[in-house]
Ligand binder design. Structure first.
Ligand SMILES: C[S@@+](CC[C@H](N)C(=O)[O-])C[C@H]1O[C@@H](n2cnc3c(N)ncnc32)[C@H](O)[C@@H]1O
Length: 176
């Protein structure tokens, strides 16, 4: 397992940026990723922000990450460049849901990480787009509306205070 921990990425991104990311609980995110077996190869990420979780996904879990956001944050490229992960990341900035869905429909991936707007309607739309990946990890699963949705789809809660939600489809459940 390739490992990149909190201290290492903090040197490159700065503490303030990490506070707004899935690394806001130090090494919990890399630890959660280490529980995902077998390791997926290609990940779709919804919610890039400044690129912290993207870098952790590509260093700790997958070979390639297709990452989507509705806004462009210029810090992403310099972070990925300094962490030497830029060639493994495809970054999409797409404002409309329809267009985002169209691109995702054209991609193949075996894992998804969802971390966009933490309300019921958005988490449901996110899930519908990426459930074809078979395994989906959600961040900020403690938000009440996210928690409600995760309960409906039978996702497991992982991490301290159940901050991560993990869903696998029936077929994958039998296989893994
Ligand atoms: C909580 S932040 C993501 C943090 C990031 N995953 C990390 O850990 O570093 C949420 C991001 O989702 C983006 N977002 C909102 N709606 C989106 C959508 N439909 N598709 C992709 N990203 C979206 C926001 O612009 C914001 O940058």
């Amino acid at each position: 397992m390739k490992l990149m921990d909190y201290r290492f990425i903090k040197e490159h991104a700065g503490e303030a940026v990490l506070k707004q990311s899935a690394l806001n609980k130090e090494n919990e995110f890399p630890m959660i990723l280490s529980m995902i077996y077998p390791q997926p190869k290609i990940c779709i990420e919804l919610g890039t922000l400044r690129g912290v979780s993207t870098a952790v996904l590509v260093k700790n879990l997958c070979d390639i990450v297709y990452t989507f956001d509705i806004k462009q944050y210029p810090e992403c490229e310099s972070l990925w460049n300094s962490l030497k992960v830029l060639p493994q990341i495809v970054h999409y900035i797409v404002k409309e849901r329809n267009k985002e869905k169209e691109i995702i429909d054209s991609l193949s991936a075996d894992f998804a990480f969802v971390d966009t707007i933490h309300d019921y309607e958005n988490v449901k739309l996110d899930f519908e787009m990426v459930k074809k990946c078979g395994r989906v990890l959600f961040h900020d699963a403690h938000f009440p509306e996210v928690r409600k949705f995760l309960k409906e789809i039978g996702a497991q809660l992982w991490g301290r205070e159940g901050v991560f939600g993990y869903w696998i489809n029936e077929e994958a459940r039998a296989y893994y």
